[in-house]
Design a protein around this ligand. Structure first.
Ligand SMILES: O=c1ccn([C@@H]2O[C@H](COP(=O)(O)OP(=O)(O)O[C@H]3O[C@H](CO)[C@@H](O)[C@H](O)[C@H]3O)[C@@H](O)[C@H]2O)c(=O)[nH]1
Ligand SMILES: [Mn+2]
Length: 745
């Protein structure tokens, strides 16, 4: 029996392909191709500019659709069996955990504290875990909060394990309404004690965060008194050292890497590389989990699920990393801002899982240290081995002998006999900002520099070395984070993503180039291309939504007339595409409302955030500006004061120019619809004569206005719900320019 149990696989691959969906996808492709063919064949009878622009856009949409079909063709998911793991593997490997935070204002320390506590309390042997927190703000409040958290953590971890608590981030655990009635008295007492202690912790951190804090007076924090956020030496503090079993609290280490004003620090990628090296000289675990500061562990079995895949594959090549999806705890109902990406993960995401594996999405990912070091005996990249010995290791990894020694022994557990305090000097050294000078860090070792979406670039680089990657999505979800709670914040995030993705597209690591020169699979490169062109898509989409008002104003047409058979092409495309996406949403357990919201949000994002991301990249390519990583503000945990804001899902605006294009689009379409209908009524039944445009163009205008309804409302809204007057003026100016263009042509 036992032998049989241990021969059972740790995971299973479940194919999800659907012939119905494939049929519809191919049908849409055929319709698109027919539409393009029809335009080409009838171009001489067409209407000049509008016809050509429509053709160009439709060719682009067809190109996008080809990538979509290829990506969705053979989706799979993995089912993991953690209960089999312990029977099969006696000695689970150590894991180093990385948490990044960068600004105590935008990312309140209690957010980070909760993430860290949830990580310290996972179901995994504590002496095999080390949690490293990178603080790019170099903030004493963050260090103080972590020290306090470790103190609280000792009891918290015992409490969680004793009562098998499911959600081990205290703010979520105590925030939920737990019926205590039918539990033991002992539990009720301990629950109350823990809650009181957590409240105390909260108060202490709040006190320390105040401007008149006395924190810097104490000796422990004196180092922070003289330093500036962007100008300081490296700080590495062992907050808590695990003394081996039965000690239930893992190592906890605080790291603020050296920062100098003139020295590029490469944002999160830079922080991740420092954490890799610091952990490399301290604990050197063969696996590394990295999470953003707001992504707490929601499922204590997460590490076991990950190990099922990491240890369950026959070779390391089959599983370079295990990515968990990003899910959100504060997600608004029906996803009004379209930033929860649920259906995207389930459709495009799982499609990619079935090709060469998921892209790396920056958080909730277990990596193999060897692969991050570029180590395996790959002949081509990135390090050279001679008889198993590294050639010139210091030119690859830098001049830390300790690090290089450890690199030779990745995988051997050095944690047992060695105190991490002995490695403090080495840790400081590898956290210095000139450490990477003349090395391969950020080029082909570690997290790769050069894009605001360092995650996609890093994952792409790993896959280009021929590795496959895996995806894990257990129930309950493993990690939950904070979704940007408003329109402007979503726009900032989307703009950064579009920028970062285009930076990759226009670099030497463009997926098509990588397909031709490396081991990146063809369909995988198409999948990446689909993601990377987000920013580019704004231009054809904008042009296409300007076509209907253009036609109405200039009295031309871009669609076939209702009495022509060709009319069936666009209308059936429109219907089938929309029903298909709706079907997909319903299949993913999403509501009809969230489908509608997401359709709308994609159009809005595309005309604002993606467009600006595109402009940012053009400016960067022209050498006119550098791209920066603008942080997303995280919700304050205690803002949850029971007051339900009715308007929470409503679109808000600010002075940012990012809202100008969509406002212009709405203005132009409103005027066109008005004119179109007036002309129709005015001319009575004869209106068709001499009028080139028809129901198609008018219908499209109405559709655009429906899609941009938050902006239509914004034109008349008040306060933060209204589009600022200056933005309206600027948009009116642009709209006037468009009108004069339409009338002149
Ligand atoms: O200079 C910096 C900037 C950011 N961060 C950290 O990076 C993480 C992500 O930043 P956030 O503002 O939350 O950005 P998001 O858009 O929410 O992040 C998503 O997109 C990023 C870029 O693709 C990925 O790195 C993230 O993992 C992914 O969650 C946070 O933990 C930050 O503390 C740093 O450590 N140093
Ligand atoms: Mn985030």
């Amino acid at each position: 029996m036992a032998a049989q149990a241990s021969s059972l696989p740790l995971y299973e691959e479940i194919p999800l392909k659907s012939y119905v969906k494939r049929f519809i996808e191919v049908l849409v492709l055929l319709l698109l191709l027919s539409l393009v063919a029809y335009r080409l064949l009838s171009s001489e009878s067409g209407c000049g500019l509008a016809w050509s622009v429509a053709l160009a856009c439709e060719v682009w949409f067809t190109f996008i659709w080809v990538m979509v079909v290829s990506m969705k063709w053979s989706p799979i998911r993995y089912k993991t069996y953690p209960e089999r793991l312990l029977r099969k593997v006696q000695d689970l490997p150590p894991v180093d955990i990385f948490v990044t935070t960068a600004d105590p204002q935008l990312e309140p320390p209690m957010v980070t504290v909760n993430t860290v506590l949830s990580l310290l309390a996972v179901d995994y042997e504590a002496h095999k875990l080390a949690c490293y927190v990178s603080d790019d703000a170099g903030s004493p409040v963050t260090l103080y909060s972590l020290i306090q958290a470790a103190e609280f953590g000792k009891r918290w971890v015992l409490f969680c394990k004793k009562y098998e608590v499911q959600v081990r981030a205290p703010f979520r655990y105590f925030g939920a309404q737990v019926p205590l009635d039918d539990t033991s008295l002992e539990f009720q007492q301990e629950w109350q004690d823990m809650k009181n202690e957590y409240d105390q912790l909260n108060l202490r951190v709040e006190e320390a965060s105040k401007p008149d804090t006395k924190l810097l007076d104490s000796k422990e924090f004196s180092i922070f008194a003289t330093m500036k956020r962007d100008n300081h030496e490296s700080i590495v503090k062992v907050i808590r050292e695990n003394k081996g079993p039965p000690d239930e609290l893992p190592h906890l280490i605080y790291v603020a890497r050296e920062k100098r004003p003139k020295h590029p620090h490469h944002y999160k990628a830079g922080a991740m590389n420092v954490l890799t090296r610091v952990s490399g000289v301290m604990t050197n675990a063969p696996f590394m989990l990295n999470v953003d500061c707001d992504m707490f562990v929601n499922n204590p079995q997460t590490f076991h699920h990950a190990m099922c895949l990491l240890l369950g594959t026959k070779t390391e090549e089959e599983c370079a990393f295990v990515q968990f999806p990003q899910k959100f705890y504060n997600g608004l109902k029906d996803d009004p801002f379209g930033n929860q990406l649920v259906a995207l993960h389930e459709t495009m995401g799982l499609g990619m899982v079935g090709i060469q594996g998921p892209a790396y999405s920056g958080t909730g990912c277990f990596h193999r240290r060897k692969i991050i070091y570029g180590l395996p005996n790959d002949q081509d990249l990135p390090v050279q081995l001679q008889n198993g010995i590294l050639v010139n290791p210091d030119q690859v990894y830098g001049k830390s002998l300790e690090l290089i020694n450890f690199i030779y022994s990745v995988g051997s557990t050095l944690t047992a006999k060695h105190s991490i305090l002995d490695s403090l000097d080495a840790a400081h050294k590898v956290a210095d900002c000139d450490y990477e000078f003349m090395t391969r860090w950020g080029i082909n070792i570690g997290w790769i520099y050069g894009s605001a979406t360092e995650d996609v670039l890093t994952g792409l680089t790993i896959q280009s070395r021929g590795y496959k990657t895996m995806y894990c999505d257990p129930d309950p979800p493993s990690f939950l984070g904070c979704a940007p709670p408003s329109g402007p914040l979503t726009a900032t995030q989307m703009k950064r993503w579009a920028t970062g993705l285009l930076e990759i597209l226009f670099s030497a690591r463009s997926p098509i180039i990588l397909f031709l020169t490396t081991k990146l699979h063809f369909r995988q490169s198409l999948g990446y291309t689909w993601v990377l062109v987000w920013g580019l898509r704004s231009v054809p989409e904008l042009c296409y939504s300007l076509l209907p008002p253009y036609c109405i104003l200039s009295n031309s047409a871009f669609l076939p007339k209702i009495d022509q058979p060709a009319w069936l092409l666009p209308i059936s495309l429109f219907m089938i595409y929309n029903f298909y996406t709706l079907y997909e949403y319903l299949q993913c357990g999403q509501s009809m409302r969230s489908w509608w919201n997401n359709q709308r949000a994609s159009r809005i994002n595309s005309s604002s955030a993606w467009l600006f991301g595109f402009i940012c990249v053009i400016l960067k390519l022209l050498g006119l500006s550098e791209t920066v990583f603008e942080l997303t503000r995280k919700e304050n945990l205690d803002s949850d004061d029971g007051v339900v804001d009715e308007e929470i899902g409503r679109f808000t605006f600010d002075e940012s120019p990012i809202f100008i294009p969509a406002t212009t689009l709405v203005t132009v379409n409103l005027v066109a619809v008005g004119l179109g209908f007036v002309r129709m009524i005015w001319a009575g039944p004869l209106w068709m004569s001499g009028v080139e445009y028809g129901a198609g163009e008018l219908g499209c205008c109405v559709w655009v206005l429906l899609m941009f309804r938050p902006f239509v409302k914004g034109l008349f809204g008040k306060g933060k719900y209204g589009i600022p007057t200056r933005t309206i003026w600027k948009s009116t100016g642009l709209a006037l320019a468009f009108f004069s263009f339409c009338l002149r042509v």
